[in-house]
Design a protein around this ligand. Structure first.
Ligand SMILES: [Zn+2]
Ligand SMILES: [Zn+2]
Length: 422
């Protein structure tokens, strides 16, 4: 078989993996955009008419944001979970609405994507031309899946983004598929590091938020609308956080969609409690009130690029008693990264030094180093690995772990098509 990376080749962002099987049929895994820098970056083009089907691992835009491009001139089936589809629809429509740059598709193509969806739950399968696809719980965000492709003679597993540790929101990913794969296409985002123990992170986070509020300050938590916002709300609920919590922006709609599929969560009751504890910000009056209160505001955008968090940051940064707490990896060339590195916040309407306290906590929903090594150890002794979704340094670290365990690792460049003997 052949594998060509249309994106996420020695980079994090715009995932797109094209498999060409021995019979010439083509399968596309994810098709996302990169949000690094100001202008969205799209993956390399593909001929939609030549694709047998596409499968989507999860809703994050770096995996889903370019999918509507496939529906400009064709209609390939899109195999994914029901929750991933509804969350992707939400995120892609918002991306179209808020993008200050040209996006080469419109709402009608998003509609085309929705109409061609083939929805499957975890461990259900879909047959197409002799190939069996199944989606396996990835433990990354609600609805997220690893994609297993069984051709009859060999099995390819694409991990998407995954975690082998529990979070408040989700149970760890299901490892069983990883041990059956002949080829593992794996993310390698955090191959160089281990995440700190989750209990410790949670306790430090709660202590910090409490300290700021008891000092009369407001805490802004810029969070991605899907995944991290829900995780933070669950952490606050788990610790019976007694102070006012607001939730704003698309996290509200994402909460509603996730509530409908709450059986996928580790503890549906905790999530229901978390959503119940948080006050929805309805309008500008609420927003103005929230920034003056000793409260916690959980709001997208996670990187302070657009969304209500941009407005909150402009207000909150002015007072030393306030705090902004980042809870995700800071993507290079974003306002969040700039705040963390230089202490300066710049939005289209404001620029200045941040007087508020700035903190960062590692709530990652990706595998850390040990989890990636575990993935290699539980794989077949002759399994091959193809590395994606990591900076070059991280992919090189992952390549070493794979080779130390006597398996073969490839880290193709963007656009390079590699032939793999299985
Ligand atoms: Zn993701
Ligand atoms: Zn990703």
């Amino acid at each position: 078989m052949k594998v060509k990376l249309l994106g996420a080749a020695q980079e994090v962002g715009r995932s797109g993996i094209l498999l060409t099987l021995d019979d010439g049929s083509r399968i596309l895994l994810d098709y996302g955009v990169s949000l690094e820098g100001e202008e969205p970056q799209f993956p390399l083009p593909v001929k939609p008419k030549e694709i047998s089907f596409v499968s989507l691992s999860h809703a994050h835009l770096d995996h889903s944001g370019a999918l509507p491009l496939l529906y400009v001139s064709a209609s390939p089936p899109l195999v994914t979970t029901p929750l991933t589809l509804s969350l992707s629809d939400l995120l892609i429509r918002d991306f179209l609405k808020l993008s200050k740059y040209y996006v080469p598709y419109e709402y009608s193509e998003v509609k085309g994507m929705m109409e061609n969806a083939v929805l499957k739950g975890f461990n259900e399968s879909y047959e197409f031309g002799g190939v069996t696809v199944s989606l396996v719980d990835a433990g990354h965000i609600p609805g997220s899946a690893m994609i297993s492709i069984d051709t009859g003679s060999y099995t390819v597993v694409y991990t998407g983004d995954y975690a082998l540790h529990d979070t408040c929101l989700l149970r760890m990913g299901d490892k069983s598929a990883l041990s059956k794969a002949d080829l593992v296409v794996t993310e390698s985002t955090y191959a160089e590091f281990d995440h700190p123990p989750r209990d410790w992170v949670e306790r430090e986070f709660i202590a910090t938020v409490t300290e700021v509020i008891e000092g009369g300050g407001t805490v802004l938590i810029p969070a991605f609308a899907v995944g991290r916002a829900q995780e933070i709300l669950c952490v606050l609920a788990k610790y019976n956080f007694p102070y006012k919590v607001y939730v704003d922006g698309m996290a509200k709609a994402a909460n509603d969609l996730i509530l409908e599929d709450s059986h996928l969560l580790r503890d549906p009751g905790l999530f229901e409690k978390a959503v119940g504890m948080a006050t929805k910000v309805r309008d500008w009056n609420d927003r103005k009130k929230a920034v003056e209160e000793a409260s916690v505001i959980v709001s997208p955008a996670g990187m302070l690029q657009g969304g209500p968090s941009e407005y909150y940051m402009e207000k909150i940064m002015e007072k030393e008693k306030n705090a902004v707490i980042f809870v995700s990896f800071a993507i290079p060339e974003t306002p969040a990264r700039q705040v963390l590195e230089t202490g300066v916040f710049a939005s289209p309407t404001k620029k200045g030094m941040v007087k508020a306290r700035v903190e960062w906590f590692d709530f990652s929903a990706h595998c850390g180093k040990s989890e990636l090594i575990e993935t290699v150890k539980i794989s077949k002794s002759n399994a091959k690995f193809l590395l994606v979704h990591g900076e070059a340094e991280a992919e090189r670290a992952m390549k070493n772990y794979v080779e130390e365990q006597g398996r073969e690792a490839l880290m193709p460049a963007l656009g390079e098509e590699v032939e793999i003997e299985i």
